[in-house]
Design a binder for this molecule. Structure first.
Ligand code: ADP
Length: 597
């Protein structure tokens, strides 16, 4: 049961009750009045009847009292009412209830006074004689037989009251029935008025509980219908706004998620408000774990936390770099700006960018420039020195002069090679080199490569051999492949003592994923490479033994170029070596080059 419905029901019932009781009283009054009126009419008609039919005797005669008393008693029996004969002067000469001689003068009685004036008079009053409320009707009657006075009929009102009570009882019954019906109707009316309101209230509550799909199913045109329409329109608009908000949120979220830069937002309470995916990855944290916590909980990244602390306490922009070590050593650039909204400080926004690679490349570039200058300086200085000596004219014997010229020539050659290698390397590194692929028949290829280099090997008495499967072709850039193997083989000959051997072996391999590759191994029985240098020999200008490499004419760039060329063929190169026993360079190149996009 809903209070408003109950209240409305009660109010309706009370209104109906009050009007029914009012109507009841009015009806009772009318009923009583009309009943008494009807009685009066009857009684006055009876008086008229008596005046016309009764045998009157002289009122003054001695037997008059006895006669009228007897008549009164007789008529009273017939009419069931009290009857009194009264002279004009008010003396009672006959009464059906009491001895007239004992009765006082009736001339001052209201009904007699009225009858004297109008012919008929009536009155309701209490009768001392009969000790009850009576209705009196008196008629002025005069007869030729000697009667000139009033005939008065009176009746107790008990009968009226009895009738009235019956009417009341009957009415009360009807009233109760009506009342019950009214209660039912009131409840129905109240329900019909309140249930749409309750329906609307339920929907409004669902909307409050974020169920924006809730609608009031109502097609009424009245005020309640208008309220329902307004609620539905409100829900529509809320849903629209929510959708816009969600769409915007999604958009922002996807921007945040897909940013390569990291975002770290610290609110005015110095708590982490937001961390995007890039920051999660960079700092190895998760938004759900750190959001709402103090930024100090990032203490694992001590340097970074210090910088954040500085930004949060100064509320000033920051542009700095810090190294973090978890997970792995990286350089992070941190740009911070205070977030202001309507002139109030909302926190600090930090943009994190990993610059490790950029800094590494920058460092490499400057090292490269330094290395190049250094490498160039040495031969240039040698050429200059020997040329100056010769020009000075101090060298007279021809043999020394020739040897100086030879040195100048050799150094110039080295310089040439160096410049050539540097140009080649920078071309490859800046990705200006394109592969010109074609099928390369490997047996023919190695025949030609070994042929070119065999003279050098023979000079050192090094045996040179190749083990290549017949009819094996590889798709690749023949010139580049030649460059690769010439480099590896000349290194192998260079770093192998006289009498050693250098071998090339080629096998065809099918990888577990079904792709075919060719594995080349260039091995020698040379001096080998110390374990600590193995990871670095593919770096530019890296030489295990500078003096020896230089004496053998190396530039320190050969393996660098090889590695780049192998990678250009989507292959991989690795090295195995044991000091004093020999080295093996192992290359794995795909059999076929995939189409470039
Ligand atoms: P370089 O022109 O000096 O030979 P590379 O880049 O070709 O330069 O080689 C780098 C260094 O690796 C060499 O200086 C040498 O010390 C070492 N190295 C290369 N190949 C071999 C090998 N087969 N045996 C021993 N050491 C080698």
């Amino acid at each position: 049961m809903k209070p408003f419905r109950v209240r409305l029901t009660f109010i309706l019932i009370a209104l109906i009750g009050i009007s029914m009781i009012g109507a009841g009283f009015t009806m009772a009054q009318l009923f009583r009045d009309s009943h008494i009126n009807a009685l009066e009419e009857n009684m006055s008609r009876e008086i008229n009847l008596l005046s016309g039919t009764l045998d009157f005797v002289d009122m003054e005669a001695p037997e008059a009292v006895a006669y009228y008393t007897q008549q009164a008693e007789h008529i009273a029996k017939l009419t069931d009412s009290r009857i009194t004969f009264i002279t004009k002067a008010g003396r009672v000469i006959g009464d059906s209830e009491k001895n007239p001689l004992e009765m006082d003068n009736h001339s001052t009685r209201e009904e007699e006074i009225l009858a004297a004036e109008d012919g008929v008079g009536r009155s309701i009053r209490y009768s001392d004689t009969l000790d009850r409320k009576m209705l009196y009707v008196a008629g002025a009657v005069s007869s030729d037989q000697g009667f000139d006075g009033y005939i008065r009929l009176s009746m107790g009102l008990d009968a009226v009251s009895e009738g009235l009570n019956r009417a009341w009882l009957y009415m009360a019954g009807v009233l109760v029935l009506l009342f019950m019906a009214a209660t039912l109707v009131s409840y129905k009316v109240a329900s019909s008025m309140t249930s749409p309101l309750e329906q609307i209230t339920r929907v409004a509550r669902r909307i409050t509980d974020l169920d924006y799909d809730a609608r009031v199913p109502m097609r009424r045109k009245d005020e309640v219908g208008q309220l329902a329409t307004a609620i539905n329109a409100m829900a529509d608009s809320l849903q629209d706004q929510l959708k816009t908000i969600r769409d915007n949120e999604d958009l922002l979220q996807s921007v945040l998620d897909n940013m390569t830069g990291g975002i770290l937002m610290i609110n005015a309470e110095e708590k982490i408000a937001l961390v995007n995916r890039a920051t999660e990855k960079m700092l190895d944290i998760s938004n759900s774990e750190v959001a709402g916590h103090s930024y100090r909980e990032l203490k694992r990244h001590y340097e970074l936390t210090r910088l954040v602390e500085e930004g949060v306490s100064n509320k000033q922009p920051i542009h700095e770099e810090r190294t973090i070590y978890n997970p792995g050593e990286r350089i992070i650039r941190l740009d911070a700006v205070p977030m202001m909204q309507d002139d109030s400080y909302r926190g600090m926004l930090f943009l994190l960018q990993e610059v490790t690679e950029i800094r590494r490349l920058e460092k490499m570039r400057s090292e490269f420039v330094a290395n190049v200058s250094h490498e160039l300086k040495t031969p240039v200085a040698a050429v200059k020195g020997f040329a100056e000596t010769l020009l000075g004219g101090g060298v007279t014997d021809e043999k020394t002069a020739r040897s100086f010229l030879q040195i100048i020539y050799d150094e110039n050659e080295r310089l040439n090679r160096l410049i050539g290698d540097i140009l080649e390397l920078s071309k490859i590194e800046s990705k200006r080199v394109q592969l010109d692929c074609s099928p390369v028949h490997l047996i023919d290829f190695f025949d030609s490569v070994l042929g070119t280099i065999s003279k050098v090997a023979e000079k050192k008495n090094i045996s040179l051999s190749a083990e290549v499967p017949e009819e094996l072709f590889i798709e690749g850039d023949e010139d580049k492949l030649r460059q690769i193997f010439m480099n590896l083989l000349s290194n192998a000959i260079n770093y192998t003592h006289e009498g050693g051997s250098v071998k090339v072996s080629v096998i065809n391999r099918v990888k577990p994923d079904g792709t075919e590759t060719v594995v080349f191994t260039v091995s020698d029985t040379g001096m080998g490479i110390p374990r600590k240098d193995l990871p670095r020999i593919f770096e530019r200008f890296y030489r295990v033994d500078k003096a020896r490499s230089r004496s053998s004419g190396g530039t320190g760039l050969g393996l660098s170029i090889v590695k780049h060329l192998v990678e250009l063929h989507r292959g991989a190169i690795s090295v195995q070596s044991e000091l004093g026993i020999g080295s093996s360079f192992i290359l794995e190149l795909p059999l076929l080059q995939e189409e470039k996009l």
